[in-house]
Design a protein around this ligand. Structure first.
Ligand code: SF4
Length: 94
């Protein structure tokens, strides 16, 4: 009974480790074809900092403006959470 319990725990820990490794790697969109860019429209951004609070690894304030640190799943998820829809996915024209 104890051996079975130990083997079950080892299996659970192994699967957790493998799953966390695979999910971290898949969080980063590596192909430029998937998403060309995620950026913040400075005309729409009201500096509420909700994106930074929710996704601190993907957004930062630089020179008084919110910057996207990379095209990640978090940055894409932030698009729907921005109250003014200032986070935009696509080509930046300015
Ligand atoms: S959530 Fe939107 S409006 Fe608020 S700081 Fe971030 S980009 Fe600007």
């Amino acid at each position: 009974m104890a051996v079975r319990w130990v083997l079950t725990v080892i299996a659970i820990l192994s699967m957790s480790y493998i799953t966390s490794y695979l999910l971290r790697r898949s969080d980063i969109i590596q192909s430029k074809d998937d998403v060309s860019e995620v950026y913040v429209d400075k005309g729409k951004c009201i500096m509420c900092r909700l994106c930074i609070k929710n996704f601190p690894e993907s957004f930062r304030v630089e020179s008084g403006r919110v910057k996207v640190l990379g095209v990640t799943v978090d940055a894409i998820n932030a698009i729907n959470k921005c109250p003014t829809k200032a986070i935009i996915r696509g080509e930046k024209y300015d």
